[in-house]
Design a protein around this ligand. Structure first.
Ligand SMILES: C[S@@+](CC[C@H](N)C(=O)[O-])C[C@H]1O[C@@H](n2cnc3c(N)ncnc32)[C@H](O)[C@@H]1O
Length: 652
């Protein structure tokens, strides 16, 4: 059977579904209206005494400050309940300090009744309230499944996703609200279900559009629309309802707001007032706000507790607020993640369902932590964002690590011993850097620093061009990658990893929009493989971002090759990616690994979510296809042997 026939038996290209940067649902960039959510702006720890009265009884000690000498690559298979006293080091002070942190249980005042019996909320002086396991949890266990109090789609996605259930548009398209012409729904069921929420929003959207100075600002950004839904929701549910109380009880950082966030908070407050059509502070009363100060406080609670709404493949599509899930504190080495698996493809009523999934085994008494920021970023960038947006300095074990090199900022050993060298720093007088394994010294430190500077500039520029001028953005990512790799930067390091991801997205985008050439397809596969390798050095097995990247690599490898290399080259082990059956075999292996990891990152019970189901199907298709290949090749070999025997040895 010819290669062409076998290939055409496969389902077509499956590259359309992954386009944007994936992100586990961390907390989101609520202040950047109309952009894809990323990191968030500021807030401050205001003690929410109503939410966390200090009347509690039992006291226990939590982990957190943990451990020095931690390699991000080594993940304990089970986290132990923390000892009563621990040593930790602060990033600035390498001397271990004895710390002891106690937690108190929290009176919930009838709120958070959706909390399962194996979880509890406790409060510590350092982190406020947090979620704690009462019993052992295993990796891949869905800890919580909750429909957020509110969600809104980011403006560009209003056209492509249902505003009631967040499902993507089916082939028949979505039905647009005839009045505001802004939100869209799968069908009238979704529209009817959302009407109680959309009724007031619909009028506000119409008024906003009518007074907008230009068409590109005719729809308010998602933070404004989300706050609108929160305020109307409090009215709809009743100011004394559990729903409204849970919103009020969310943590606020108003008192420690970073000065850089003042402007964006003020701007958001003005926009909300305009959106709601409020003309005096008294008119805020129906929403349970007694003054402009209360509005500022609501905005702070909103920015601190909002997180990204994503597709089952982690594409950010909006923002949402769930006060129960927002009780989870942060760690850069989290033991849980937030995802939207959409496991039950059919039921729109219970979507978007937010799942908190254990990424590793969690011992009883241990705190459940998620990450608010991208943990592939170096310490400095993570800390900046946490300070700026959430008003705290992280002291998790990754941030307090003292090992000599972080794989997020590393060069390969100049003597290729397999070890890595920490990045040289601009600041230090002695800029020399050595391999942590063989102590070889990096020669031209100046050239490395130049490459890193140029790499960061290119990343910033290409990211901003990504939606406006993809060709230019791709030129930048294409040109800068070899500069960083030839400077010795490892695939897991910043900014190379981020550039690789962006390059992969731009390539996938070009494959989706035109008939792919073999060259572009192969480049996309190589880039996806480099990206996956980079992630594997940083994220634990089963991390959703890593699982999705593996699935994406499998999908790219499984795309029909426009111009496969001839059969005689199939065995060419040097060539990556290979062509024909070896390529399919690689696709199969990537899918199998992806599936295994999706079962952790998106929950075993959900079968790894919608993506897990898709990949399971792809595995079955490929098993069939590879089976055909194996049989086909065996038949050809047998035929050749038989005919050779019939003919007899060639005469001398
Ligand atoms: C989404 S809330 C988390 C729940 C919050 N602790 C509460 O009491 O409601 C985020 C806020 O919790 C605090 N927080 C979360 N993780 C922390 C950490 N690792 N260290 C210190 N504070 C943390 C910060 O004040 C942050 O702005």
């Amino acid at each position: 059977m010819s290669f062409g026939k076998l290939k055409s038996a496969r389902k077509g290209k499956e590259i359309h579904s992954f386009v944007k940067p994936e992100s586990v649902s961390g907390f989101s960039d609520t202040m950047k209206a109309d952009t894809s959510p990323g990191p968030l702006p500021s807030q401050s720890p205001m003690q929410i005494n109503a939410a966390a009265p200090k009347n509690s009884h039992d006291t226990m000690v939590t982990d957190e400050q943990a451990v020095v000498q931690h390699s991000p690559l080594s993940q304990a298979s089970e986290e132990q309940a923390p000892p009563r006293t621990q040593e930790h080091q602060s990033p600035t002070n390498p001397t271990p300090v004895k710390t002891r942190e106690s937690t108190n249980s929290v009176n919930l005042h009838g709120c958070h009744t959706d909390l399962p019996s194996f979880l509890e909320i406790r409060e510590s002086s350092r982190h406020g309230r947090g979620l704690y396991a009462k019993t052992a949890l295993s990796a891949g266990e869905i800890i919580l499944s909750i429909i957020p109090h509110v969600f809104v789609l980011s403006t560009p996605n209003l056209e492509y996703y249902c505003s009631a259930c967040a499902a993507p548009a089916a082939t028949a398209g979505l039905k647009r609200c005839p009045k505001c012409k802004t939100v869209r729904y799968c069908n009238s069921d979704c529209q009817n279900r959302d009407w109680a929420w959309h009724r007031r929003e619909c009028n506000a959207l119409q008024k906003w559009a009518a007074s907008a100075p230009s068409s590109d600002v005719a729809i308010p950004g998602e933070p404004v629309r989300c706050l609108g839904r929160i305020m109307w929701g409090s009215q709809k549910e009743g100011l004394d309802s559990v729903w409204a109380q849970e919103i009020r009880m969310m943590h606020s950082n108003r008192n420690s707001l970073q000065p850089s966030a003042f402007g964006s908070h003020t701007h958001l407050a003005h926009s909300v007032v305009r959106y709601l059509g409020v003309s005096s502070p008294q008119e805020l009363e129906p929403y349970g706000l007694k003054s402009a100060g209360d509005l500022v406080d609501l905005i702070s609670r909103f920015t601190t507790n909002t997180f990204t709404l994503t597709t089952p493949a982690l594409t950010p599509i909006g923002i949402c607020v769930s006060p129960t899930v927002a009780l989870a504190n942060h760690s850069c080495d989290p033991n849980a993640a937030l995802v939207f698996p959409r496991a039950d493809g059919g039921s729109r009523v219970k979507e978007p369902l937010l799942s908190l999934v254990a990424l590793r085994n969690v011992a009883p008494g241990k705190e459940i932590r998620i990450s608010y920021v991208d943990t592939t970023l170096p310490n400095r960038l993570r800390q900046n964002e946490l300070k700026e947006v959430y008003s705290f300095s992280c002291q998790c074990k990754l941030c307090c690590r003292t090992t000599a090199a972080d794989p997020r900022e590393a060069l390969w050993c100049p003597k290729s011993c397999g070890g890595i060298c920490p990045y040289p720093t601009e600041e230090s007088g002695d800029r020399a850097t050595h391999c942590v394994k063989c102590n070889a010294q990096v020669g031209d430190v100046g050239a490395v620093l130049d490459a890193l500077r140029v790499g960061q500039e290119a990343l910033d520029k290409a990211s901003s061009l990504q939606s406006k001028d993809r060709v230019k953005a791709r030129q930048l990512t294409t040109n800068i990658t070899p500069i960083l790799t030839s400077a010795g930067v490892t695939p897991s390091s910043h900014p190379l990893l981020a550039l690789t991801r962006l390059h992969k997205e731009l390539l996938i985008d070009s494959l989706s929009s035109s008939s792919p050439t073999q060259e572009t397809l192969d480049e996309a596969v190589r880039t996806a493989a480099r990206y996956t390798a980079g992630l594997q050095a940083l994220l634990p097995k089963g991390h959703p971002v890593r699982a999705v990247a593996l699935g994406e690599l499998g999908k790219l490898l499984a795309v029909d090759e426009p111009a496969p290399t001839s059969a005689s080259d199939y065995a060419g082990a040097e060539k990556f990616p290979p062509s024909g059956p070896p390529r399919l075999k690689l696709a199969y292996e990537s899918f199998v690994k992806a599936h295994e990891e999706l079962l952790i990152g998106f929950g075993k019970k959900s079968g790894g979510g919608l993506l897990g189901a898709e990949i399971r199907e792809a595995i079955m298709r490929l098993e069939k296809e590879l089976g055909i290949w194996t049989t086909g090749i065996r038949n050809v070999l047998e035929d050749t042997l038989v005919s050779a025997q019939r003919v007899g040895p060639p005469s001398q």
